[in-house]
Design a protein around this ligand. Structure first.
Ligand code: GDP
Ligand code: MG
Length: 166
């Protein structure tokens, strides 16, 4: 099995931390350099039963600017071209305008989108349930997975779920 996976989300939600954990520090740090190339490979995870190719989706979280519409089309096309989208949010912050902005881009995208709720090490389980409920109203996610990229909680479970969709 092999597939393309795009991790999207606002700055600071933990995308690089997640990539560092699953792929290794070197590659994910490289991916933090400014980039203009479309569909840039951020890293490849090869396991005995699957190859997961993580690619960047530039522009998806950027607010409106001069190239806004064009960048949005590029980003939206990327969402359609990959096999799975991981939409990462920060459990500490809950649903906000930035998340709404991204979720709007999910319309007409048939690619399975996982909601990855990161930083659960920072919150109370009751609050996690509330976050899950609020996101369920906004979009029909293929999967909803709470994780801690920093501590590793549920990261293996997430990868196993990803493989099931390939
Ligand atoms: P990115 O901008 O989405 O790539 O976010 P980063 O991976 O750079 O993470 C932003 C900050 O959040 C860093 O200080 C990370 O250490 C922290 N962080 C990432 N994941 C977690 C997590 O699961 N728990 C906690 N407590 N902090 C996290
Ligand atoms: Mg980053």
């Amino acid at each position: 099995k092999s597939g393309f996976i795009s991790i999207i989300g606002r700055p600071n939600v933990g995308k690089s931390t997640f990539l560092n954990r699953v792929i290794g520090q070197k590659i994910a740090i490289m991916s933090d350099k400014p980039q203009t190339t479309r569909n840039k490979v951020q890293g490849v995870l090869t396991t005995d039963d699957a190859q997961l190719i993580f690619i960047d989706t530039p522009g998806i979280h950027k607010p409106k600017h001069k190239l806004g519409d064009f960048m949005m089309k590029v980003a939206q096309n990327t969402l359609k071209e990959v096999d799975i989208v991981l939409f990462m949010v920060n459990a500490e912050e809950g649903y906000g305008r930035g998340e709404e902005f991204i979720i709007e881009k999910f319309s007409n995208v048939k690619t399975p989108i996982f909601l990855v709720i990161n930083k659960i090490d920072q919150i109370h389980p009751d609050d996690l349930l509330k976050i899950i409920e609020s996101y369920k109203e906004k979009h029909e996610f293929a999967e909803i997975i709470p994780i801690s990229a920093l501590e590793g909680n549920n990261v293996e479970t997430l990868l196993e779920l990803v493989k099931k969709y390939l």
